[in-house]
Design a protein around this ligand. Structure first.
Ligand SMILES: Cc1cn([C@H]2C[C@H](O)[C@@H](COP(=O)(O)OP(=O)(O)O[C@H]3O[C@@H](C)C(=O)[C@@H](O)[C@H]3O)O2)c(=O)[nH]c1=O
Length: 182
């Protein structure tokens, strides 16, 4: 696995190293020892899938607050997405910075998203599936979000937003005080 740091503290792009032969290829998506050796979380407790029908759909920006913060390992396994991560840890050197990545089924990359970061994506194609491994169980009471068009984040989505959930359309305006994150 190839670990590539990003501008956001603790956010990694992880390339899948493939062993190629005449049948095709084989590569690891996760390795406890390689993650642990880099000080990354190696304890994932849920694996999730989201399927999205139409291009232009936005899901996010989401995170779970203490004591249920979660690391996410994200891979697009069908179609393509613009994936966005924003650092909300006030003590972080990359506080309020954001990074965007195009992920698709062929690019052989995952994102390792640390705790304390809001995450979301927009589908760039129809018929998208995103796979997640999570370090914490789903805890609806600890879940929160920031609106996709909140001026504090100023995210430029590549497509017009064609579909978004009622919840994601109505997150309150970002206030740092609402996010007390280590
Ligand atoms: C996230 C989640 C949702 N659900 C349920 C709640 C709800 O009924 C239904 C759909 O949930 P949501 O609308 O929150 O799904 P969605 O908007 O796709 O939520 C996801 O968005 C992306 C951006 C992330 O980063 C993920 O961590 C997750 O928050 O699935 C679970 O049972 N377990 C889970 O882990």
């Amino acid at each position: 696995m190839i670990f590539e740091p990003t501008r956001i503290e603790g956010l990694w792009k992880i390339g899948i190293e493939r062993h190629i032969d005449n049948r095709g290829s084989f590569g690891r998506l996760f390795c406890r020892d390689e993650f642990s050796a880099r000080g990354l979380c190696a304890d994932f407790v849920q694996m999730n899938s989201s399927r999205t029908a139409r291009a232009g759909t936005v899901r996010g920006m989401h995170l779970q607050l203490p004591p249920h913060m979660e690391v996410k390992l994200v891979r697009c396994i069908r179609g393509a997405i613009e994936d966005v991560v924003c650092d909300l840890r006030s003590a972080s050197p990359s506080y309020l910075q954001k990074e965007s990545f195009v992920l698709d089924a062929d690019d052989d990359r995952l994102l390792y998203i640390p705790t304390g970061c809001a995450h979301g994506f927009q589908t760039l194609t129809d018929d998208v599936e995103v796979f997640y491994a999570m370090s914490h169980v789903f805890s609806p009471g600890s879940g929160t979000g920031i609106r996709f068009d909140d001026p504090a984040l100023n995210i430029v989505w590549p497509l017009p937003v064609t579909c978004i959930s009622q919840q994601d359309r109505t997150w309150p305006p970002y206030r740092a005080a609402a996010f007390s994150l280590p």
